[in-house]
Design a protein. Structure first.
Lengths: 753, 162
C-alpha cells in the first residue's frame, strides 16, 4: 500500500501551486476595506529629531492617518531583543524614532491612506527637521574613547564583551617550540536579499476584539507573543499567519517596527492595514548579516599540529539590537575550532554599536564567520610550514572514535567522520591531479588555485537551556474520520519543503499513502505552539516532534485494534493497510480502526476518543553536520578577474530523508557562500549612508556566475534525535566562502599573496 | 486612460491612471497575483511576463503602454490541467524552493526556448541572467530548462498563439 519514502527523491507537494502562480504571499492578499501604510525614514545616520510635522501629509487625498514616534510613545512597546548576556547594553528601540535617529532608514513617521500610491505621495509631504549629529560607522574606531557615541545613554559604544577560554594557556605560551601565526580577517557585511521583501497585514476586528496578522515571517508563534506584548493585547485574541513566504535566510527571524506599527494602525482605525516593503527599504532596514573583524593567532607545532587558537572578534552590531543581534557573534566563538581538536582556545568577542542597520541572523549566523577564521587558519599553517593544506587538516582532525567529543570551547560534538568527507572530496575532485595541473600552469604563468574547506557546524537549534526563547518544537498528527491525515508543525518553512519531508515521515511510519498526508504550518490558530524555521532545525527538531507524535498514534491504533480483535496490541503488525496477527487469522482495516476511534462505542478502558497526538520535542543537544569542499579558481593574469572553474562538495548532514531537497539546500547555500567570497558586500560610507541601496548596486549572484556544482554525501547519523538527521539548510553557505577564498589565495601564491 | 488588453486569452477593458505600472495593473486590477514584484528596478525579473510573445519586466512598463497587447502570465501557461513542459520540468527537477522568483523564471525560460530550442548549459545560464533566485543556486533551474527543451520539441504551443 505504501512505498518506501524516507531516503527517496520525492517531488515536492508545495510545487503545483507555486509553478502556476496560484500561491499567496502577503502582498497577494486583499481584505475588504484594506488601507495601505508607508513609512518616512531617516535620511541621516545620526541626528536629533527637532520636529516631525505630518499636518500637510494628513491633508493629502486619500490619507486616513499619520503618526510620529511621539504619538506612539507609551501606546506601542519597543522592539524586543531576546539575547540575554551579562552586562549587555540594550538601547530602547521604539517602532518610530522619538527624539533621535541612529541609522539611515530608521522609521520616523507612518502614513496610512486608501491606496499605496496616495500613501507614498503623502509621505513626501512629511516635514522632518533634523539636527545632524556626529556619525560613527567604523566598528573599530567606534571602540576608541574619543569616538562619537551612538547612544548618549551609554558611556561608550561597546554593547558587550564576552570571553570564551579553554585549555592551559600558561603551558602554551611557555612552549618556545611553537610557531605563532597572526592574521587579520574581515568578514564583510551582507544583505540577505530574500526575493520577497517583508510585508505585513494587520487586521483588528473591534467587535470581536481580535487581531489577525499576516506577516512574511519565519517565526509566527514568537511574533504573536511579541506583538501581543507590544500592543498590550490579550495574546489569546491575537493570531499570526505566515502565508507563503518568499525566502528569508534569517532576515525574517525577527520582530520588526513595521509589524508593530501595522498592529497599532489597525487597532486605531478598525480596518485592515497593509505594509509592503520596497526593495530599497529592504536593503536599508531589514537586518544585515556578518560584519566582523577577526584578529587571530594560531599556535602550531613544527609538524602542523595546532595546539592553540586566540581570536579577538569585533562584531559590528549596528545601532540597535533586533531579536538576536548580540547572540550571533557569540556563535562564532563557540564554533571557532571547527573540525579540529584544538586543546587551547581563547576568544574575546566585542559587540559594537555603529550608526548602521542592525546585523542579525543571516544563513549560517555566526558559523560562517567561525568557519572562515579556522579554515583560513589551516591554510595559513600549511603555507607557513610548507605542508599540503589537506595534510594539515588530516593532522588536526579528531578520530571518528572520539565522538561524542567535548572540545576546548565547551561544546560536545555528537558524531563525525571528517577524514571520510575529506577523502571523498579529494577523490571526487581529483585533488592530486589538480595539484599537478596547477604546477604545470604555474610554469606557464597561469594562476590556478585549489581551495579546501572542511567545516563543522552547529545545527538543530537547539536545547532550550541554550536558546534565548525555547528550542523545542511542536508537532501534531491527526487522523481524520475519513482516514486522511493532517500534520501540524510549529516550524514555519519558507522554501525548505517540509510539507513534503514531514509527509514522508508520517506516511512511511504510518504505512499509508504519501498523498493522504497534508502538512499545515504558519498559522498560530491552527498549530497549537511553535518556535519556527531557522538554524537548520526544522527536520531535526520539528520533524522529530512529528515522528514522536506518529509513534504515539501507532500505539493507540494498535490498542484500539487489539481491543476490537480480542488480542494483545503486541500481537498485531501493520501490513497492507491492515492491523493483523502474525498468522493473518485476525485483522482489522486502518479505516475500521479510525471508525472505532471516532464512533467510540467500544474503546479500551482509558483510551480517549479520536486519533490525534501532539508531541513537543526538546532536543538534548545540538547536532554537528560537517563536510569537505574543494573550489578550483582561475585568476586572469591580465585583469585579475576570478573565474570559479569547479566546485566539489561532500556534505554530511546525518541521515538524508529526501536527497533531492538536500541537493537543493546545498546548491542554494553554496551560491550564497560563493557570493560572499566573490561578489557581495553591503557598503556604508563614513557618514553612515548605505551605498549599496538597490539591487543595481548590490551583487546578488546570477546564474552565469556559477560552475556546475558536483556534490556528494556521506551519512553519519546523530543519536540526538530518533530520526538521525542533523540539518542541512546552512551547510553550503558555511563551507563555501573559505573554500573559494582559499582557492584564490592559493592561485596567487606565486605572487607572494 | 482607457486600455484594452488581452490577458491569458481574455480581453479586458479598463480605465487606469497613466502612472500605473503594468505589474500593478496585472496584480491589482486584473487580480493576477502570480506575477511578483521583487525590486522595482528591473533587476530581479520576478515580474517577467510575455507581452506579444516577448518576455518583458512588467515593473518597467506602464499599463497604458501595453494597450492593445496580448499578455501571457504564469497563470496562462498551463493548458487546462496540463502543465506547460517548463512548469513540469521545474517541478520534476526541484527548480524552485520559496517559489517567489519562479513565475518570472519560467517565463524567462519560455522566451529562451522560443529563441533557442536546444540551448547549451552556458546559453541557459546566459538567458536567465536577468532573473535572480536566492534559494536554488540556479543549478536545478538550469537543469529544468534543459530538460524542458528536450521534452518540448514541436508539441507545445504558447497560449497566446492559440
Amino acid at each position: 500500500m505504501s512505498a518506501k519514502l524516507l531516503g527517496e527523491r520525492i517531488k515536492r507537494k508545495e510545487d503545483p501551486r507555486l509553478i502556476q502562480g496560484r500561491s499567496h504571499y502577503v502582498d497577494d492578499l486583499k481584505l475588504d476595506g484594506m488601507l495601505h501604510m508607508v513609512f518616512v525614514r531617516s535620511v541621516y545616520a545620526h541626528a536629533r529629531l527637532k520636529s516631525v510635522n505630518v499636518s500637510e501629509a494628513l491633508a493629502m487625498p486619500g490619507v486616513v492617518a499619520a503618526w510620529t514616534g511621539k504619538d506612539l510613545k507609551g501606546q506601542l512597546g519597543t522592539i524586543p531583543c531576546a539575547a540575554g548576556m551579562p552586562d549587555l547594553k540594550i538601547p530602547d528601540n521604539p517602532c518610530l524614532a522619538i527624539d533621535e535617529v541612529c541609522y539611515a532608514g530608521q522609521p520616523v513617521a507612518a502614513i496610512v491612506a486608501r491606496d499605496r500610491h496616495q500613501a507614498r505621495d503623502a509621505a513626501d509631504k512629511v516635514e522632518v527637521d533634523y539636527e545632524p549629529l556626529p556619525v560613527i560607522a567604523d566598528p573599530e574606531k567606534a571602540l576608541e574613547k574619543s569616538s562619537p557615541r551612538v547612544h548618549e545613554q551609554f558611556e561608550d559604544n561597546l554593547a558587550f564583551e564576552a570571553k570564551l577560554e579553554g585549555g592551559d594557556w600558561k603551558a602554551v605560551e611557555a612552549d618556545k617550540s611553537l610557531k605563532v601565526i597572526r592574521q587579520r580577517l574581515i568578514n564583510q557585511r551582507l544583505v540577505p536579499v530574500a526575493m520577497e521583501t517583508r510585508g505585513v497585514i494587520a487586521s483588528y476586528a473591534p467587535g470581536e476584539d481580535t487581531l489577525t496578522v499576516w506577516s512574511s515571517t519565519q517565526i509566527p508563534h514568537l511574533l504573536k507573543t511579541q506583538l501581543a506584548l507590544m500592543s498590550g493585547m490579550n495574546e489569546a485574541r491575537c493570531r499570526v499567519i505566515a502565508p507563503e513566504v518568499g525566502g528569508a535566510f534569517g532576515s525574517k527571524l525577527n520582530v520588526y517596527a513595521e509589524e508593530g506599527v501595522a498592529c497599532y494602525a489597525s487597532r486605531q482605525l478598525g480596518k485592515p492595514v497593509k505594509w509592503i516593503e520596497t526593495r530599497r527599504e529592504n536593503m536599508l532596514a531589514t537586518t544585515h548579516g556578518r560584519d566582523q573583524i577577526n584578529d587571530l593567532e594560531v599556535y602550531v607545532q613544527p609538524d602542523g599540529k595546532v595546539v592553540g587558537l586566540k581570536c579577538r572578534i569585533i562584531a559590528d552590531l549596528g545601532a540597535y539590537h533586533q531579536l538576536l543581534t548580540p547572540a550571533i557573534p557569540t556563535l562564532t566563538a563557540l564554533m571557532i575550532v571547527g573540525a579540529y581538536n584544538i586543546p587551547n582556545v581563547s576568544v574575546v568577542t566585542q559587540g559594537v554599536f555603529t550608526n548602521k542597520m542592525a546585523t542579525d541572523a543571516y544563513r549560517g549566523a555566526g558559523r560562517p564567520e567561525a568557519t572562515y577564521i579556522i579554515e583560513r587558519a589551516m591554510d595559513l599553517v600549511a603555507l607557513d610550514l610548507g605542508l599540503d593544506p589537506a595534510d594539515v587538516r588530516f593532522k588536526n582532525f579528531p578520530s571518528p572514535k572520539e565522538f561524542p567529543l567535548t572540545l576546548s570551547t565547551g561544546v560536545t560534538y555528537d558524531t563525525g567522520n571528517y577524514q571520510k568527507t575529506l577523502k571523498k572530496v579529494m577523490q571526487l575532485s581529483g585533488y592530486a591531479k589538480l595539484r599537478r595541473e596547477q604546477a604545470r600552469l604555474r610554469k606557464k604563468g597561469k594562476y590556478l588555485g585549489i581551495g579546501l574547506s572542511t567545516y563543522v557546524e552547529i545545527c538543530a537549534m537547539g536545547p532550550s537551556s541554550r536558546m534565548p526563547a525555547g528550542g523545542w518544537e511542536c508537532g501534531v498528527v491527526r487522523v481524520e474520520p475519513t482516514g486522511k491525515v493532517t500534520v501540524l508543525t510549529g516550524t514555519s518553512p519558507h522554501g525548505q519543503g517540509e510539507e513534503t519531508t514531514f509527509a514522508q515521515i508520517v506516511a512511511e511510519e504510518f504505512g499509508i499513502p504519501f498523498d493522504d498526508v497534508t502538512v499545515f504550518h504558519g498559522d498560530t490558530s491552527v498549530v497549537p505552539m511553535g518556535i519556527g524555521t531557522f538554524g537548520s532545525r526544522a527536520t531535526a527538531v520539528g520533524g522529530t516532534a512529528i515522528y514522536q507524535a506518529t509513534q504515539r498514534l501507532k500505539k493507540k491504533r494498535a490498542r484500539i485494534a487489539a481491543h476490537k480483535l480480542g488480542v494483545k496490541p503486541g500481537q498485531l503488525a501493520f501490513k497492507d493497510g491492515k492491523l493483523q496477527t502474525a498468522d493473518g487469522g485476525k485483522s482489522i482495516s486502518f479505516g475500521d480502526v479510525v471508525g472505532e476511534a471516532y464512533f467510540a462505542r467500544q474503546l479500551p478502558p482509558g483510551v480517549e476518543p479520536g486519533l490525534t497526538e501532539q508531541s513537543v520535542f526538546e532536543p538534548p543537544n545540538y547536532t554537528y553536520p560537517f563536510g569537505a569542499h574543494v573550489a578550483v579558481s582561475e585568476v586572469d593574469e591580465e585583469t585579475g578577474e576570478v573565474r570559479l572553474r569547479n566546485y566539489f562538495a561532500v556534505d554530511d548532514c546525518g541521515r538524508i530523508l529526501n536527497p533531492l531537497l538536500v541537493e537543493g539546500q546545498i546548491h542554494g547555500g553554496l551560491a550564497q557562500g560563493i557570493g560572499q567570497a566573490l561578489w557581495e558586500e553591503c557598503v556604508y560610507d563614513e557618514n553612515g549612508q548605505l551605498l549599496t541601496g538597490e539591487l543595481m548596486d548590490y551583487a546578488v549572484p546570477k546564474a552565469r556566475g556559477f560552475t556546475w556544482f558536483e556534490t556528494a554525501n556521506t551519512e553519519t547519523r546523530t543519536p540526538v534525535n530518533p530520526l538521525g538527521v542533523k540539518g542541512v539548510g546552512e551547510a553550503g553557505t558555511i563551507g563555501s566562502t573559505p573554500a573559494v577564498v582559499n582557492s584564490v589565495v592559493d592561485a596567487l601564491r606565486p605572487l607572494g599573496v | 486612460m482607457k486600455i484594452r488588453i488581452k490577458i491569458n486569452g481574455t480581453v479586458r477593458d479598463d480605465d487606469v491612471e497613466p502612472r500605473l505600472l503594468l505589474v500593478h495593473y496585472l496584480r491589482e486590477v486584473a487580480g493576477l497575483t502570480g506575477t511578483h514584484i521583487g525590486c522595482e528596478t528591473s533587476i530581479c525579473g520576478a515580474c517577467t511576463v510575455l507581452v506579444n510573445g516577448q518576455a518583458v519586466k512588467s515593473c518597467t512598463v506602464f499599463a497604458v503602454q501595453a494597450d492593445g497587447a496580448e499578455i501571457v502570465t504564469i497563470e496562462g501557461l498551463a493548458q487546462g490541467d496540463k502543465l506547460h513542459p517548463l512548469q513540469q520540468a521545474f517541478w520534476d527537477e526541484h527548480g524552485l524552493q520559496c517559489g517567489f522568483c519562479t513565475p518570472g523564471m519560467i517565463i524567462a525560460g519560455h522566451q529562451l526556448l522560443c529563441r533557442n530550442p536546444q540551448p547549451t548549459e552556458e546559453e541557459i545560464r546566459h538567458g536567465l541572467e536577468g532573473n535572480l533566485c536566492r534559494c536554488t543556486g540556479y543549478q536545478h533551474i538550469v537543469k529544468a530548462v534543459g530538460s524542458a527543451a528536450q521534452k518540448m520539441g514541436e508539441q507545445w504551443q504558447v497560449t497566446s498563439d492559440k
